[in-house]
Design a binder for this molecule. Structure first.
Ligand code: AMP
Length: 190
């Protein structure tokens, strides 16, 4: 199995690159952001709870997102692998993910972290906000808070995978195809 964690700040291109990787390697996409947004759309209790955090650019509690991933891992059996996009975002989530995967006899292959300049991130997110209904992409204060939360709470998750020799950085500046090439090359070499 090829189990990839695509890592990086909001606006780094995780969603876009996930789509391309899924197509090439035939993987199952698991994006906690997508799952939460669907729950908000369907106005489920989970969605209503999550919305309060998402609207402020804060993290949804660990137990909630871990529960979502546990459910998805149970649903998708017999897949070639997973791409985790936007998860894990805390060390607790990373530890729990390892436990859940280990209990199924599988493990993370590699974490790839997309690196993008702060200015470029804000530009990309504001642009996405113009083209989508994502309200958290339409407010610069919320965008700045999401990047701050990434730097304060999420960035450290890289250390968890570095300690397991499963961490690679990827230059996330340039065209979508250039960045995709870099990701594929890294997977091939790993
Ligand atoms: P994303 O689409 O990955 O940028 O996620 C959008 C928002 O959903 C984030 O700003 C968080 O509020 C929430 N979220 C998504 N994934 C997680 C996670 N793994 N842990 C906590 N909150 C999350």
């Amino acid at each position: 199995m090829l189990n990839i964690v695509l890592f990086g700040p909001p606006g780094a291109g995780k969603g876009t690159q996930s789509e391309k990787l899924i197509e090439k390697y035939n993987l199952q996409h698991l994006s906690t952001g997508d799952i939460l947004r669907k729950a908000i759309q369907n106005q489920t209790p989970l969605g209503l709870e999550a919305k309060q955090f998402i609207d402020k650019g804060e993290l949804v509690p660990d137990e909630t997102v871990i529960g979502l991933i546990a459910k998805e891992l149970d649903i998708h059996k017999n897949v070639k692998g997973f791409i985790f996009d936007g998860f894990p975002r805390t060390t607790v989530q990373a530890q729990k993910l390892d436990e859940m995967l280990n209990s199924k006899g599988i493990s993370i292959t590699l974490m790839m972290a997309l690196e993008v300049d702060h200015k470029e991130l804000v530009k990309r997110l504001l642009n996405r906000g113009l083209l989508s209904a994502r309200t958290d992409d339409q407010n610069e204060t919320v965008i700045e808070n999401r990047i701050k939360v990434y730097n304060e709470y999420t960035q450290i998750v890289a250390e968890y995978y570095k300690a397991q020799n499963k961490f690679k950085t990827i230059d996330g500046m340039g065209s979508i195809d250039e960045i995709f090439e870099r990701l594929c090359k890294t997977i091939k070499e790993f």
